[in-house]
Write a protein that binds this ligand. Structure first.
Ligand SMILES: *Cc1c(COP(=O)(O)O)cnc(C)c1O
Length: 517
């Protein structure tokens, strides 16, 4: 729930204007306590400053040495600074400018700003009786607000709002910069982002691209994988991992996963290697890298490149190195709900190999190296400049968010330990995880889902059907029972709400529900 704070409420809090000013402060506190967001409208700045100045001036006691106008203005600014410190600034948009046909342009401006939110998602907190009369659905007084029954705060499966509140000013600036320079394709933000991502990962080259799926596709294409080739991967992952192999008319060769980490079981790889094997593609499922050390050693022995599908593990460490820097090519996704997400589709590839980086750069723009020359078949695989701008801002928070994700996971582990029928995630020594999902094994998934859903807690069975049993791969001729570990995990897995900003108060009810209510 959002509240936009009208000027009169700010006066209540900063200058105790109305006889009921204390209710205004209480209403704001009530909103914060419930996890709501408090907004100040940028377009009101000048009104705020002068109204407060006038209030302060009005309340000056006559006597010796009354404060001067400059002092009063400074005091008004100081009070507003303190008041605004924990509020969000709602930017004024151009659409809110041409309001001169309205009998009250300021009011019209404010109402247009409210119109940006989904219906019912925001109210104007005000004491203005005329406004309340004219816009009963959009306004609420502090007294009315305090009388509302508390709205239970819903836990999102993946909460993106808390993070947005932390970076909103930078996000808006970044997006507007792109609107102004107009270089929507391969604008300067794209190169800047790639440099920062490469530095973060510790990889020589980073190429951003249009999605995690296209990152995998570009990696396979750069390795010239095609008809007749085999790529060893896992049946327990998101469809993209094997889909891109099939798209290139190569054959996904599945090996089962480990029962503890749900990642590729290195012990099963060599049995799957044939003279046609052209790559090994492990996945860092739920945010933890596969055993890349052993997988790389096997790959080296057979002289096969390794493509890491790090769509979920971006930000995680494996023996002190970052996911995406661990193999021939690392691929990740910036889909909004991934550990580092943009506000649309996006992805990136990483490599230390100059020639592969060059090829992938070419594949990303239709196989083109020099304008009008297309020596390779490529794709349209670029990341939008707007998404790069979003990612640049979010990347500033990301290292801290990885730590927070770890803490949230540890807290789940603690809260859930000892609940009958629940197995919490296993993180291997030498690994950290970013918990793209916090995924349990449950003895009775239906019951666990029911328990959570009756408490309004979202949960998802990622991934309920392993890839070898998907219709898309029926040509591979697999049967139930071919990959028993993956099938067992698929039957019992359950992912809980996850975000770096979950608190004890968010997580405790989840544990409570899983305990049976
Ligand atoms: C999300 C995901 C992808 C695909 O990423 P998109 O950006 O959605 O195309 C690939 N592999 C895994 C393991 C994923 O989780």
């Amino acid at each position: 729930m959002n509240l936009l704070i009208d000027v009169c409420i700010v006066m209540d809090v900063c200058a105790a204007r109305s006889p009921h000013a204390e209710f205004s402060a209480m209403a704001l506190q009530h909103c914060s306590n419930q996890g709501g967001t408090l907004w100040l409208y940028v377009g009101s700045l000048q009104t705020l400053k002068y109204t407060l100045y006038r209030e302060l001036k009005r309340s000056v006691e006559p006597g010796v040495n009354p404060p001067g106008n400059r002092q009063l203005m400074q005091r008004a600014k100081d009070l507003l600074k303190a008041f605004a410190a924990d509020k969000q600034w709602l930017a004024a948009l151009a659409e809110e400018g041409p309001v001169f046909d309205s009998p009250d342009p300021e009011e019209e401006q404010l109402m247009r700003a409210l119109g940006r939110f989904s219906p019912g998602d925001i109210q104007l907190l005000t004491r203005d009786e005329l406004l309340c009369e004219r816009y009963p659905d959009l306004t609420i007084t502090p007294e009315q607000y305090l009388q509302q029954p508390p709205i239970p705060r819903p836990v999102d499966f993946i909460d993106l709002k808390a993070q947005q509140n932390l970076v909103r000013p930078g996000l808006e600036l970044g997006i507007h910069r792109v609107l102004h320079h107009g270089r929507y394709i391969m604008g300067p933000e794209v190169g800047e982002l790639e440099e920062k991502l490469a530095a973060f990962v510790g990889s020589k080259h980073c190429l951003s691209c249009s999605s995690g799926t296209d990152a995998l596709l570009m990696a396979l294409m750069a390795l010239d994988i095609g008809p007749g080739d085999e790529v060893i991967t896992v049946p327990y992952t998101w469809i993209s991992t094997a889909e891109v192999i099939a798209l290139l008319h190569a054959k996904p060769v599945f090996v089962d996963v480990r029962p503890d980490t749900f990642n590729m079981d290195p012990d099963r790889i060599e049995a799957a290697v044939t003279p046609r094997t052209r790559a090994i593609m492990p996945v860092g499922i739920y945010g933890q890298c596969a055993d890349m050390t052993r997988i790389n050693a096997i790959a080296r022995k057979h002289n096969i490149p390794v493509i890491e599908d790090a769509a979920q593990s971006f930000g995680a460490d494996h023996h002190g190195k970052k996911s995406c820097s661990l193999s021939t090519i690392g691929c990740t996704s910036f889909f909004p709900s991934k550990p580092l997400g943009c506000y649309g589709d996006g992805g990136a590839v990483f490599t230390d190999d100059d020639a592969l980086a060059d090829r992938m750069a070419q594949i990303r723009v239709h196989g083109q190296k020099v304008k009008h020359q297309h020596p390779l078949v490529g794709i349209n695989g670029r990341l939008d400049t707007l998404q790069a701008a979003v990612l640049l801002e979010k990347l500033k928070l990301f290292p801290g968010e990885c730590d927070l994700r770890w803490d949230v996971g540890q807290r789940y582990d603690r809260l859930l330990s000892g609940i009958a029928g629940i197995t919490t995630p296993v993180i291997e020594p030498g690994n950290t995880t970013v918990y793209a999902q916090y995924t349990l094994l449950t003895a009775d998934r239906g019951q666990a889902e029911d328990n959570l859903k009756t408490q309004g807690i979202p949960c998802v069975a990622y991934y309920a059907v392993p890839l070898h049993l998907q219709g898309a791969f029926r040509d591979l001729g697999h049967q139930p029972g071919d990959f028993p570990v993956a099938e067992r995990v698929a039957s019992y897995c359950l992912s809980l709400p996850m975000s770096p900003y979950l608190t004890d108060e968010d997580q405790e009810p989840v544990a409570q529900a899983l305990r049976g209510g």
